[in-house]
Design a protein around this ligand. Sequence first.
Ligand SMILES: C[S@@+](CC[C@H](N)C(=O)[O-])C[C@H]1O[C@@H](n2cnc3c(N)ncnc32)[C@H](O)[C@@H]1O
Length: 189
Amino acid sequence: MAMNYFHKLLCRSALWERASATKIVPWALSGLDLGASALEIGPGYGANVRALCRRTSTLTGVEIDPVLADRLRTRHGTAMTVIQGDGADMPLPPRQFDSVVCFTMLHHVPTVGEQDALFAEALRVLRPGGVFAGSDGLDSRMFRLMHLGDTCLPVPPENAADRLTRIGFTDIEIETGTTSFRFRAHRPE
Ligand SMILES: C[S@@+](CC[C@H](N)C(=O)[O-])C[C@H]1O[C@@H](n2cnc3c(N)ncnc32)[C@H](O)[C@@H]1O
C-alpha cells in the first residue's frame, strides 16, 4: 500500500479531489443508491468524502495508513467515522452497511489473495441486498510509471466478475472505460 512521493502529492491535491469527486465518483456510482449507511475502504486523503456525504447520511472509512487515518479524523472527522484498519480484515461487525465503496485503491492491495479477502470483507459487512461499488485504474505503461516504487497490482476487469462471483456476490456489472473500470456487485438477499 506504499505510495511514492509524486503519487502522494497528486492524491492530496485539490486537482485530484475535483477529478475524483466530479468524474470518478459520479461515473462509478451513477444510478446507484448508497442507502443510509456507507463504508469507504481506503479513503486516503479524503478526496471523495464530500461527494459521498451528498449520497448517504452516515459515512464510515477504513484506512490502513495510520498517518492518513489521523489526518482524515482531523479534517473530515465530523463527516466520516474513521477507523484505522485493513480493508481485508475489518474490525467491524457483519451486515452493517447498505453500501461499501472504494475508489482508486484496489491496485494498492499487494496480492490477489488480499484483494479477494477485501472483496470477502466487503460482502461480510454489507446487509443482504447491499451494494459493493467503485472503480480502479486500468493497467497501462503510464499507470505503471506513476506507481514506480509503489505497490501496484491492477485488477484485470475481464476476470473481476468471476472473482466477485466466487466470493458470493450476485447481480454484478463491470464496465471498462478508457483509463479505469467501474464495478458494482450485490450481497444476495
Ligand atoms: C491511491 S489512494 C486513493 C485514496 C482515495 N480512495 C481517493 O480516491 O483519492 C489509495 C488508498 O488506499 C489505502 N489502502 C491501501 N490498501 C488498503 C487496505 N488494505 N485497507 C484500507 N486502505 C487501504 C492507502 O493507504 C491509500 O490511502
